[in-house]
Design a protein around this ligand. Structure first.
Ligand code: 2AM
Ligand code: CA
Ligand code: CA
Ligand code: CA
Length: 258
């Protein structure tokens, strides 16, 4: 019998192929909450693809998905697959690159398996609780301490405000003191980049559970530090601001932000 891990990886590769094949077709694009909040028929199809497989193979498992085809989740008990079928939909539409399938599997609130698949790059980031994190077949090393002056920090345009939670002078200091900033347009890829050392930190003002569920498990396996941007703990089933970082740097950024 195949393990959950094997199913997860097989289904992800099948879903990724569906996404690649879809480049040949015309996408149906609709707006969700506003003109920059896009969803395509492929976001919905991929979420349904996973839900069909999970319901058939693991009928006791629950699903929390961005597009809302999963279960009504009341609490953290049981096994919950937290799925973002396409993270970086704007990139999927505009670039056909820098978008990911992101899936975190939690049991009673504890992260068990985390997977982020950078579809166009064919890069599979995968973590299993207590067994480490991998990029494709290669084990990722533990993250080491760095200072802000030697750090590349993932930020996005939301830090430009306006937002009552932002102190712009503090944010400017972080940006100026860092070695550089980057913005990729996919929270899942940015979290995978922190876990694999391509970014030293990533900070963002509002993510939903499906944006960070997988990334949290990857980061936990490589010694990354994750909190809200006020330093408080991330709540799995709620929206959170997120600061994910190498050790040392996490404190340094929190000191600037608070
Ligand atoms: P999404 O592509 O799955 O919606 C940059 O847009 C990052 O922020 C992406 O990871 C995107 O995820 C996420 N995001 C979260 N909420 C968003 C929203 N309301 N509009 C656009 N992007 C959002
Ligand atoms: Ca979305
Ligand atoms: Ca997302
Ligand atoms: Ca999405």
């Amino acid at each position: 019998m195949k393990s959950i891990e094997e199913h997860l990886k097989t289904w992800t590769l099948e879903a990724a192929q569906l996404l690649k094949d879809s480049f040949e077709n015309t996408l149906t694009i609709t707006y969700k909450s506003h003109i920059a909040d896009l969803v395509t028929d492929m976001d919905k199809n991929i979420e349904k693809f996973f839900i069909d497989k999970i319901q058939h193979t693991f009928p006791a498992h629950k699903v929390l998905g961005e597009e809302g085809y999963g279960d009504q989740i009341e609490g953290k008990s049981g096994v919950i697959w937290i799925i973002d079928p396409i993270d970086g939909t704007t990139n999927f539409i505009h670039q056909q690159a820098n978008f990911a399938i992101s899936i975190g599997i939690y049991e009673n609130g504890v992260g068990k398996l985390g997977l982020i698949y950078d579809v166009e790059g064919n890069n599979l980031y995968f973590a299993k609780e207590g067994e480490g994190a991998y990029l494709n077949e290669k084990k990722l090393p533990q993250l080491e301490k760095v200072t802000l002056s030697e750090a590349v920090v993932g930020v996005n345009a939301t830090w430009a405000g306006p937002n009552r939670r932002i102190n712009h002078e503090n944010v400017q200091q972080i940006i100026r003191k860092s070695r550089g900033t980057r913005s990729y347009g996919s929270a899942a890829i940015e979290l995978a980049y922190v876990a694999s050392g391509k970014l030293d930190a990533y900070m963002t003002l509002r993510l939903s559970p499906w944006d960070f569920a997988a990334g949290l498990i990857l980061l936990q396996e490589v010694g990354g530090i994750v909190s809200r941007t006020d330093g408080g703990p991330v709540q799995l089933l709620e929206q959170n601001s997120i600061l994910a970082s190498k050790p040392g740097l996490h404190n340094e950024i929190i000191e600037h932000l608070t």
